[in-house]
Design a protein. Structure first.
Length: 518
């Protein structure tokens, strides 16, 4: 730490590029990465290692990790902003995964976006932490590999991580053959290329291995010492300095959480205001349309009213004309009635004259009878007086018989007096505008705390679903050795943690003996 930068073994060309990387990996990122900046830088490092394939990640898990990376960079998913193709320039998946399937970039983006949309509400630090919590369960996470040989000269790989030392087959960096947790190791030292491991149990003999390169021995020793020290410190009470850092971090996290909640409330209020504004604008447009329709209806009603007024005027004129005709008909009827009255008077006069004529004829007949009687009496003799009297009576009866007279009847014809009538019906148009009530809906989103196993189960179900979905598009001939090994472990139900747990069930002595015999 006291040497100048240029005194180290650095390239002399300009510009000089430095990569600042974390040397020791935490066992539990959520508990040990206290400050947010540390978490962010560590997230960037792990993400780059996964994309550079220094850490093996199965295809379905890489899609899930990519969705959290997108959430950390872009925030909540918004379909109006994050349109199709917005991830075209992003490096989100290892090339090995892309080459393994017959899928276009659009198909990958669709699946990443589907998961990305489910992460709504997570802040950047929360999305990055979810990324690290998934990544720390990957088999190669946090493991530094070094080529070594045991006493028999067998070529092996030494893996150094936060949990201990692991021995791997050179062709299989996923599943260790032997594991030695840090709590079983008392001392590590090296001389030249030879490393000596002293178990905590002094009754067990030391075991040794040889490194392949002399210049990495110091790095191996530093990694062992640092990881062993951190392993032991994690299992002790936090120092005062760490406690203060965690307290500050909690306060800062609480402050940010309150700030996020305040911003979320403001955002919700703004969204509600925008929705209210949109609803009012929509309602205004609707009212404008209704007003336009009402104006058109009013214009039509005015035109109808004009037509009705014109019709009423015509009807009124027709009514006047009919009234005039009715008056003329009334006059004609009065004239006919007057004529009929005159005819009645003439009829009465005629009947009177006929009656007088009948009376005169009767008188004349009587006079004629009387004169006939006198003539008969003069012409006939006394003997024929009775015969003549009889014949005279008979003749008189014939003459005096009344003749029948039939008077003429006059008839009058009455004109109908009923006149047609017209009813003028006026229609009144009414417009009823009913405004819908605006109801403000407030939704309170509560985050429920779920158990870790339930979350893991749900996560595993999502991963299995995606794996099944894209399995048909896999190109088997492009599978790498790590892909095949991972699939075999998955089919057996083996994971990183239960594999190490199984390996440490045996005694340290038997594991040392097994290492010597490899």
């Amino acid at each position: 730490m006291d040497k100048k930068v240029l005194d180290h073994d650095v390239p002399t060309e300009e510009p000089v590029t430095f990569h600042f990387l974390a040397k020791f990996y935490p066992e539990n990122a959520e508990e040990e990465l206290v400050q947010e900046i540390t978490q962010h830088l560590f997230f960037l490092q792990v993400k780059k290692q996964i994309l550079d394939e220094k850490i093996y990640c199965p295809p379905e898990a890489s899609v899930l990790l990519a969705s959290y990376a997108v959430q950390a960079k872009y925030g909540d998913y918004d379909p109006n902003v994050h349109k199709r193709g917005f991830l075209a320039q992003e490096e989100l998946l290892p090339k090995r995964v892309i080459n393994l399937y017959q899928m276009t970039p659009e198909m990958w983006e669709e699946r990443i976006t589907a998961w990305y949309a489910e992460h709504r509400g997570r802040a950047r630090d929360e999305a990055e932490m979810e990324y690290l919590k998934i990544a720390q369960d990957l088999e190669m996470y946090g493991v530094n590999y070094f080529a070594i040989r045991n006493k028999k000269g067998t070529e092996l790989l030494l893996g150094v991580d936060a949990l201990g030392l692991h021995i791997y087959d050179p062709d299989n960096r996923l599943t260790p053959k032997i594991s030695f947790p840090w709590n079983e190791i008392r001392n590590i030292s090296y001389s030249d290329k030879e490393f000596t491991i002293k178990p905590l149990d002094k009754k067990i003999d030391v075991f040794k291995f040889n490194s392949s390169k002399l210049r990495v021995n110091k790095l191996i020793l530093q990694l062992c010492i640092g990881n062993h020290d951190l392993f032991m410190r994690r299992r002790k009470a936090d120092s005062l300095e760490v406690q203060q850092m965690k307290a500050q971090a909690r306060e800062e996290k609480a402050r940010k959480q309150m700030e996020r909640q305040r911003l979320a409330r403001e955002k919700q209020m703004r969204e509600e205001a925008e929705r209210t504004r949109d609803e009012l604008e929509r309602r205004l447009m609707q009212l404008k349309e209704e007003a336009t329709m009402a104006n058109e209806a009013l214009m039509r009603s005015e035109e109808t009213a004009d037509l009705l007024a014109e019709k009423a005027q015509i009807t009124e004129e027709e009514a006047k004309l009919l009234a005039q005709k009715a008056a003329e008909a009334e006059q004609e009827m009065q004239r006919i009635k007057a004529t009929a009255i005159r005819t009645e008077e003439e009829k009465r006069l005629m009947e009177q004259k006929v009656l007088e004529a009948e009376m005169l004829a009767l008188k004349m007949a009587e006079e004629s009878e009387r004169r006939a009687k006198e003539a008969d009496q003069l012409k006939q003799d006394l003997q024929e007086a009775r015969e003549s009297e009889r014949r005279a009576k008979q003749k008189l009866l014939e003459i005096t018989s009344k003749s029948s007279y039939t008077p003429m009847n006059s008839s009058t014809t009455a004109l109908p007096t009923d006149l047609p009538s017209f009813n003028l019906i006026s229609e009144s148009l009414s417009f009823d505008f009913k405004d819908t009530d605006m109801k403000r809906l407030s939704m309170e989103i509560e985050k429920e705390k779920v158990e870790y196993m339930e979350k893991s189960k749900h996560l595993q179900e999502q991963l299995n679903e995606l794996k099944t979905e894209i399995e048909a598009l896999k190109l088997k001939e492009r599978e790498t050795a790590l892909d095949i090994l991972h699939n075999e472990n998955a089919s057996r139900g083996n994971s990183k943690h239960n594999t190490i747990k199984k390996l440490t069930l045996q005694s340290t002595k038997s594991r040392v003996a097994f290492f010597e015999e490899l």
